[in-house]
Design a protein around this ligand. Structure first.
Ligand SMILES: CCCNc1ncnc2c1ncn2[C@@H]1O[C@H](/C=C/CNC(=O)c2cc(-c3ccc(F)cc3)cc(O)c2O)[C@H](C)[C@H]1O
Ligand SMILES: [Mg+2]
Length: 214
C-alpha cells in the first residue's frame, strides 16, 4: 500500500508513533527502515553524531539541505533551544508534503520552516525572507554533486560566519569527493571526519564536520 516509499514511512509513523512524541516518531522511522524497507535517512548511528553536534553548537539558526522524509529534520528540531529556527529545503513537492505530515505528527512543525524548491534558488532569498544574517549550523544531505556548489553559494551569499558549522552526511558513501577536497584544503575551513556506518547497513560511511573560519 502507499504509492511511494516516503508515503509508506509516513503511514507507519502515523500508526506506530505517539502523536506529539518526536522520539517515538524517530524510532518508528528507524524501525521501519531497518526491518521493512531501507530508506536514505541519516539513521540512528549517524543521527547520534548529528545530535551531538546540535547539542554542542546550541544553534539559533539551522539550515538543512535535503528534507526527504524529515527524519534528520526531527532529530535536529527536537534538540533546538527555545526560539531557535530550523529552515529545511526540499525540491520535491511529494517528499515535502510527506515530511510536513511526519513533522506535524511528531509535534515539531512550530520550530521548522520547510521550503519547497531548489537550494540554488532558495539560498539567495533566505536572509531577506527570515530577516536573519548567518546560520550557526548547516546539515548537508541532498544530492551529493550539489554539496560543493551549495557550500560556495552559501559563502557568496554571506550566510556563513566565523564559527558556522557545516555537517555533511555521506562523504564516504555515496561520497562527495569534490566537497571533501574543498573543505579539507581550503584555509577558510577546519575540517574533521567522523567515521560511521551507513544507515541501517554494515557499510562504511562518514560525516564531515567543517567549521567556517571566515
Ligand atoms: C538543484 C539540486 C540540488 N538542490 C536541492 N535542493 C533541494 N532539495 C534537494 C536538492 N537536491 C536534492 N534534494 C532533495 O534532497 C533529497 C536527496 C537526498 C540525496 N541523498 C542520497 O542520495 C543518499 C544516498 C545514500 C545511499 C547510500 C548507499 C547506496 F547504495 C544508495 C544510496 C545514502 C544517503 O544517506 C543519502 O543521503 C531528496 C530526495 C531530494 O529531493
Ligand atoms: Mg544521507
Amino acid at each position: 500500500s502507499g504509492q511511494s516509499r516516503p508515503m509508506r514511512i509516513l503511514q507507519f509513523v502515523q500508526s506506530a508513533a505517539a502523536p506529539g512524541d518526536a522520539n517515538s516518531a524517530i524510532c518508528a522511522v528507524d524501525s521501519y527502515c531497518a526491518n521493512v524497507e531501507w530508506a536514505m535517512n541519516v539513521g540512528d548511528k549517524k543521527g547520534q553524531i548529528l545530535d551531538a553536534v546540535v547539542l554542542a553548537v546550541r544553534p539559533r539558526w539551522v539550515l538543512e539541505l535535503g528534507t526527504y522524509c524529515g527524519y534528520s529534520t526531527m532529530r535536529i528540531a527536537r534538540l533546538l533551544p527555545p526560539g531557535a529556527r530550523l529552515v529545511t529545503l526540499e525540491m520535491n513537492q511529494h517528499y515535502a508534503q510527506v515530511a510536513k505530515q511526519i513533522l506535524g505528527h511528531a509535534g515539531l512543525d512550530t520550530q521548522v520552516d520547510l521550503l519547497v524548491g531548489a537550494s540554488s534558488a532558495l539560498i539567495p532569498q533566505l536572509k531577506k525572507k527570515f530577516e536573519m544574517e548567518t546560520f550557526d549550523l548547516i546539515f548537508i544531505d541532498h544530492w551529493k554533486a550539489s554539496y560543493l556548489p551549495d557550500a560556495r553559494l552559501l559563502e557568496e551569499c554571506g550566510l556563513l560566519a566565523p564559527g558556522t558549522v557545516l555537517l555533511a552526511d555521506n562523504v564516504t558513501c555515496p561520497g562527495a569527493p569534490d566537497y571533501l577536497q574543498y573543505v579539507r584544503n581550503s584555509p577558510r575551513y577546519r575540517s574533521e571526519y567522523f567515521p560511521c556506518q551507513l544507515e541501517y547497513l554494515q557499510v562504511e560511511d562518514g560525516m564531515e564536520k567543517s567549521v567556517f573560519l571566515g
